[in-house]
Write a protein of this length. Structure first.
Length: 291
């Protein structure tokens, strides 16, 4: 058998000559044996490389990194839980401010996102949810802030103080006219005061008129917004001009006796949409002057 041989013929596609090799069975056996030895040797080295025990130093280092990452994760969880507790407290305070500001409805999905207790453990560390709550809370606070600013402007503009330090001598409504002694409708109130005594704006407003106005003599008219206006008559001097903005307590004139008047006093009116109201309901300082 060792002397037996096999012939391998190589047939090229071109017009080259045929090539022949004579290979004995022994040569084929040796070639197969070498291939098997190389294959098994390679497999052995691969197995040895991947099955060798890990380096203890490397294992210790990796375990330390894992422990450190776990500690960082626990720290993050604690911080997020505290943040959520603070957020819940802020939501409760915002709800109280919303009530004070008169915000009854904050829109679809807004009220539902405020308060409601602490979420269960499944969502307590849901960072996107916390971010959404924070963004929602920011929008609610903007709404509350706007309402509070509006409320503050309304409070500041509403007549609320006595325009002069004086004595109430004539009330609102029907009375005997001091000039004709007949019955008439008094559209304001009169305060007796010393000639030249300061007259103050009873609320923030815009000067509409600052001039002589019929029987009121020298007079100042203020617009306070929200349909409210005030009138100050019989002044001896005017210290403001039309178009000027004034604050509650600002000096706008001085007591006099101009127009239809029997002596130094201030005629004071409060009107809503042009209709006279009793000014006494808009004096909260007991006539002691500006707040």
């Amino acid at each position: 058998m060792a002397g037996q041989h096999n012939t391998i013929i190589f047939v090229p596609h071109a017009h080259a000559k045929l090539r022949k090799w004579r290979v004995t069975n022994l040569q084929i056996g040796l070639l197969v044996g070498v291939a098997l030895v190389v294959t098994f040797t390679s497999l052995f080295f691969i197995w040895s490389h991947f099955s060798k025990p890990a380096n203890p130093v490397e294992v210790t280092r990796l375990q330390k990194e894992i422990d450190e990452l776990r500690e960082v994760n626990r720290s993050f969880e604690t911080s997020i839980q505290k943040l959520q507790e603070q957020l819940s407290g802020t939501e409760d305070r915002t709800r109280e401010l919303a009530i004070v500001a008169g915000v009854e409805s904050l829109g679809d999905g807004v009220e539902a996102g405020i308060g409601g207790g602490t979420p269960d453990d499944g969502t307590a560390l849901d960072l996107p949810r916390i971010q959404a709550r924070a963004a929602l809370l920011d929008n609610v606070l903007d709404t509350v802030e706007q309402r509070l600013e509006q409320r503050l402007r309304w409070i500041s503009s509403t007549p609320a103080i006595s325009p002069v330090r004086g004595i109430l001598t004539s009330g609102f409504g029907h009375r005997a006219d001091p000039m004709t002694h007949g019955r008439g409708n008094h559209q304001g109130v009169d305060f007796a005061a010393a000639y030249g005594a300061p007259v103050y704006a009873s609320g923030d407003g815009l000067v509409l008129q600052a001039e002589v106005h019929g029987g009121l003599g020298r007079a100042v008219f203020l617009a306070h917004g929200y349909g409210l206006t005030t009138r100050y008559g019989h002044l001896s001097a005017i210290t403001v001009r039309p178009g000027q903005r004034v604050k509650r307590g600002d000096l706008i004139g001085r007591v006099g006796s101009t127009g239809r008047s029997t002596g130094p006093h201030l005629h004071y009116e409060v009107r809503l949409d042009g209709e006279p109201l009793n000014p006494i309901g808009y004096i909260l300082d007991n006539g002691s002057g500006p707040l």
